[in-house]
Write a protein that binds this ligand. Structure first.
Ligand code: MLC
Ligand code: AMP
Length: 486
């Protein structure tokens, strides 16, 4: 029977996870996960339920997520910095039976409708029973749309296995690899690829709890006797490259990994060049979405392809379509179409949102990404932008303009607001809000920024606030966002 995490079933003494200065072997992780399974039983959590897990950088967090998966319980990972409004929405929508937080970590907010539990799992060596690769929901990943609050993307065991196996093939990823990363454990990148990916291939993950260029450099130095692979978003590569300009040790550390992999947003040609100039080696890009996991990637056997995210991964069908969803045949790297994909990794739908699912997933299983791209003669994809300007990618995080607007409209001083993404060398896009104040209110940009950071998450806060007497509107009264911030 196909098993989601074969090495946790074998449970040997191979190092599985390092978080800060603590580490567990596969056997220890399996034992801790089984302890979590027992805890679920004691608290009455059953197969098919959902359990929220505060994604604190801690070994017990990983044990809880694996334990949930083993018990047939879906994990709802929670950003430790979530604001109360967003947390309320996630809890109301996903109705978790329990919220788990690793002992010693702060739970930022208490919501009394959901029992909350702090625990530290013990690494007593054991073996996990096999986890059948089937359609059991395993993760509910909350992600933004253009309007409304974030939607819960239901990811199954089969989605995870299919995508990780495709990446394993493309990247020649094996148990000899140690992945180094510092991505939050709440999204496809850090959680599915970074954590579950390492565990599925039977390699190790060296998790860096707090991203700085120096902490990544140190992790690479610590792992210098291993074969490493570095995963990061473009903002991280940008900051690492800037720091490496004055740090030959960091340049040297960047030369070590078998692969440097960038994703979650486009890595600019300038950044590719910068890293190549500093280190003499390039970055392999891959492209995906929460709903589809990873669709394209430059194979390890191929040189990096600046500007391109590579061909579709094995098992991923990809087509480009026009505005009316008609297929475009061109392989000329010029004709632009929307990327549409079909694969075993495509999600099982949005939780409680059949309407939203139907809008992006057709009857034949094709998922409409909203991303615009061209395709070369050899099938390599070049991502050029998104259909909607209301989806902002900032620091690799997807943020909906509508969600920030709705939040700011709750602030007593705000009468009208429009949010846009402005090109930014560091963040890719930075969130900018154009605000019309109520009469008599005074301009306090810091108060508005903090309002969003506290109600939603800090990464959703506008970096620029522009006060304006009115918003540009067309004859129909619709705000013309193209006229803002350009
Ligand atoms: C600042 N802070 C505030 C604040 N202003 N807090 C409250 N109120 C305010 N007004 C605090 C923050 O809490 C944080 O605290 C600190 O300032 C810095 O926050 P930030 O500015 O938001 O972080 P930054 O340094 O810009 O982070 C950059 C980054 C981050 C690259 C580390 O953006 C990141 O981790 N990105 C990864 C996103 C990701 O994983 N995406 C994957 C999506 S999946 P403190 O305490 O932290 O200092 C996907 C699919 C695919 O896309 O293809 O992969
Ligand atoms: P998310 O839902 O956070 O996973 O965001 C998915 C979006 O990130 C995609 O729809 C793309 O717009 C963007 N994205 C991910 N990887 C890349 C990449 N390598 N190049 C360009 N855009 C990317």
């Amino acid at each position: 029977m196909p098993d989601l995490f074969p090495r946790l079933t074998r449970a040997d003494s191979r190092l599985a996870l390092i978080v800060a200065d603590e580490s567990w072997t596969y056997a220890e992780l399996a034992g801790a996960a089984l302890e979590h399974v027992a805890l679920l039983e004691r608290t009455g959590v059953e197969r098919g339920d959902r359990v929220a897990v505060w994604a604190q950088p801690n070994l017990s967090t990983a044990a809880a997520m694996i334990g949930n998966a083993a018990a047939g319980v879906a994990t709802v990972p929670l950003n430790p910095k979530l604001g109360l409004s967003e947390l309320r929405h996630i809890f109301n929508d996903s109705e978790p039976r329990l919220a788990f937080c690793a002992e010693g970590c702060d739970v930022p907010h208490e919501i009394t409708s959901v029992p909350s539990l702090h625990a530290a799992h013990a690494p007593n060596p054991a073996a996990l029973p096999p986890l059948a690769v089937d359609d059991t929901p395993t993760l509910i990943l909350y992600t933004s749309g253009t309007t409304g609050p974030p939607k819960g993307v239901v990811i199954t065991r089969r989605n995870i296995a299919a995508n990780l196996d495709a990446l394993t093939e493309a990247w020649e990823w094996t148990e000899r690899d140690t992945v180094v990363h510092s991505l939050p454990l709440i999204h496809a990148h850090g959680l599915v690829l970074g954590l579950l990916g390492s565990l599925r291939v039977g390699g190790a993950l060296h998790y860096v709890p707090r991203f700085t260029p120096a902490s990544i450099g140190q992790a690479l130095v610590d792992a210098r006797h291993e074969q490493t692979v570095l995963f990061a978003v473009p903002t991280m590569f940008h900051r690492i490259a800037e720091a490496a300009e004055h740090d030959s040790g960091l340049c040297e550390a960047l030369r070590q990994p078998r692969l440097l992999v960038s994703g979650s947003a486009g890595l600019s040609l300038r950044e590719h060049d910068h890293i190549q100039t500093l280190t003499g080696r390039g970055v392999h890009e891959r492209y995906g979405l929460t709903e589809t996991l990873i669709n394209c990637g430059v194979p390890a056997s191929h040189a990096p392809m600046p500007g391109y995210v590579g061909p579709p991964l094995p098992g991923v069908e990809l087509k480009l379509v026009d505005d009316r969803r008609r297929e475009i045949d061109a392989y000329d790297d010029q004709t632009i179409g929307e990327v549409v994909v079909r694969s075993a990794a495509v999600f099982a739908g949005y939780l409680n949102r059949d309407d939203a699912t139907a809008a992006v997933l057709d009857d034949e299983g094709w998922f409409y990404t909203g991303d615009l791209a061209t395709r070369t003669e050899s099938g390599a994809i070049r991502i050029l932008g998104r259909r909607s300007t209301d989806l902002i990618k900032t620091g690799g995080y997807r943020v909906g303009a509508g969600e920030i607007e709705a939040c700011l409209l709750e602030h007593p001083s705000v009468r009208e607001v429009a949010v846009v993404g402005i090109p930014d060398d560091d963040l890719g896009q930075r969130i900018a809000a154009f605000v019309v104040l109520r009469p008599g209110e005074h301009r306090d940009p810091a108060a508005l920024t903090s309002f969003v950071a506290e109600h939603l998450s800090p990464h959703k806060r506008p970096r620029d606030i522009h006060f304006t007497a009115e918003l540009p509107r067309n004859a129909m009264g619709k705000v013309q966002k193209k006229l803002l911030g350009s």
